[in-house]
Design a protein around this ligand. Structure first.
Ligand code: GLC
Ligand code: CA
Length: 527
């Protein structure tokens, strides 16, 4: 049955890393007025929503993912008025706003934590996970931090340890304390009232820990963090009722949405937070994003993902975000963009809401961090040179060929990729073959074909392992997508009947089709 357009299911979501999108006041850091100034560009691209990485006051130990106040705007990004203006201007263009809520931990500069560590009888003490040392003075249990070392940090004044899954400057809050729970739920209400349409929940399956703080059992792994099975510090059953409570708050607002980022969870577990239609609307499937360049890999990840969800939950898909190497960096060879186009066509036509990461539409590449001294991301500082951190994918957006790629008049907080004189938005707008114009074309096809938005999905067999082919169907409409993942000419046997190309209007195909190197074909069954 044809459904009415629902923005988070049928639309396209665009992730902005605010520090790096557009700098309006030339201090080298992107900001909210900068984003507002680019809304026409985003509308023209054809996206339906923006997910903003955190914009709240933060000391930036983890660049915004350490929040010092959940209901305000960091001055480096602008003011609350700037935010309200962004929401208003976005709405005028039918663009929805999704905020990133980082509610597993706060910054150690958050007033709650500052109070919490003052004394054991401070009313805020129990808002965090404080524990006494073992009799020999050692940590309360064996839990580790994913950012390196022990998960416990000792406070000599208090004589207690506090727990942090991430950086020591990111203490985990105590979600079992009813006052904390209330305060956090009010954060949703606060932003919904401001006109926000949805939320991305940072590492939400991390909120609850084992009530008895039992030791995790051992496991085999490379990093110290992987030497244990994380059964007591993640994915506790208390998360399900909490998600239902969050959902009931969202459901009071028309079409409000929540997408969750699971941490250390497989697709089946991830899907369990979406099934039933009474918890999250969606969650991220990392298996798909982590695939090697091979259609079978992607198809396997998709089928597993689709199979784990139920009729009440809707998949979403992404290939890039602020924590991983960009898809173009991983898949493209040199400055060649053919694979970026195939990847884009796949992302925009498979079943599930596509998430585009800023710059993906020009196939922006990661910057190379050459020396440890240049690293800003705490992950890179800790694990250099094994893991160089996440700065590479967070570099400024490349708008044009002018100074600092048009991002800022001042040296930006992270360097601009040296390829910007060749690779930038302005140049790609005027190049009919550019990735940007390719994105726009596929997006406009997607917009005019409801089957590509919410139709059924069926994978098709091919003799060629480097061909990905699938059908999307809705009522009488049958759409066929054929993607050549290789630099060789291949062939594909079309299903019976005549097919019209939507990329080359006027072209009709039947029988065996020659699929050119890296060709993208979107065909519609002629009735
Ligand atoms: C999530 C974020 C990541 C952050 C971490 C801690 O994984 O995506 O950027 O470092 O949570 O908040
Ligand atoms: Ca700025």
């Amino acid at each position: 049955m044809k459904k009415d357009f629902l923005w988070w299911r049928d639309g396209i979501i665009y992730q902005i890393y605010p520090r790096s999108f557009a700098d309006s006041n030339n201090d080298g850091i992107g900001d909210l007025p900068g984003i507002t100034s680019k809304l026409d560009y985003l509308q023209d691209l054809g996206i339906d929503a923006i997910w903003l990485s955190p914009i709240y006051p933060s000391p930036d130990v983890d660049f915004g993912y350490d929040v010092a106040d959940y209901t305000d705007i960091d001055p480096k990004f602008g003011t609350m008025r700037d935010f309200e203006r962004l929401v208003k201007e976005a709405k005028k263009r039918d663009i929805h706003i999704i905020l990133d809520l980082v509610l597993n931990h706060t910054s150690d500069q958050h007033p709650w934590f500052i109070e919490s560590r003052k004394s054991k009888d401070n009313p805020y003490h129990d808002w965090y996970l404080w524990r006494d040392p073992k009799p020999d003075g050692s940590e309360p249990n064996n839990w580790t931090s994913v950012f390196g070392g022990s998960g416990w940090e000792f406070d000599p004044d208090l004589g207690q340890y506090y727990y942090h899954m991430f950086y020591p400057a990111q203490p985990d809050v105590n979600w079992r304390n009813p006052a904390v729970r209330q305060e956090m739920l009010d954060v949703f209400r606060f932003w919904l009232k401001k006109g926000v349409d949805g939320f991305r929940l940072d590492v939400f399956n991390e909120y609850f820990k084992d009530a008895d703080f039992r030791d995790n059992p051992p496991a085999i792994g490379i990093r110290r963090f992987d030497w244990q099975k994380h059964i007591y510090d993640t994915s506790q059953p208390e998360m399900y009722p909490l998600l239902k409570e969050i959902r009931s708050i969202l459901d009071k607002h028309k079409d409000a949405y929540a997408v969750g980022e699971t941490f250390l969870a497989n697709p089946e577990q991830t899907a369990s937070y979406c099934r039933g239609g009474d918890k999250l609307h969606a969650a991220f499937n990392f298996d798909f994003a982590n695939c090697r360049w091979h259609p079978e890999r992607f198809m396997k990840a998709l089928n597993q993902w689709y199979g784990s969800l139920d009729e009440n939950s809707w998949p979403n898909n992404f290939l890039s975000n602020h924590d991983m190497k960009r898809a173009a960096t991983r898949y493209c060879l040199g400055e060649e963009d053919q694979r970026a186009k195939v990847a884009a066509a796949m992302l925009l036509t498979i079943k599930g809401t596509p998430f585009i990461y800023y710059g993906e539409e020009i196939a922006q590449r990661d910057i190379h961090i050459r020396r440890k001294a240049d690293v800003l991301d705490p992950v890179g500082k800790t694990f250099w040179p094994i893991h160089k951190g996440r700065d590479g994918c967070r570099a400024p957006m490349q708008w044009n060929g002018e100074v600092n790629a048009g991002f800022s008049q001042t040296a930006p907080w992270l360097p601009v990729n040296a390829d910007y004189p060749r690779r930038n938005v302005a140049r790609q707008i005027s190049d009919p073959d550019s990735v940007l114009n390719f994105f726009k074309k596929i997006i406009s096809i997607r917009k005019s074909e409801p089957a590509l938005q919410n139709g059924e999905f069926k994978a098709l067999e091919s003799q060629e392992s480097f061909i990905m082919a699938f059908e999307r169907s809705l009522e009488k409409d049958r759409l066929l997508v054929v993607l050549n993942f290789s630099s060789r000419e291949l062939s594909f046997d079309l299903p019976v009947g005549e097919w019209a190309s939507l990329i080359n209007p006027g072209q009709r195909l039947s029988g065996t089709m020659a699929v050119h190197p890296y060709q993208v074909a979107i065909l519609k069954f002629n009735t």
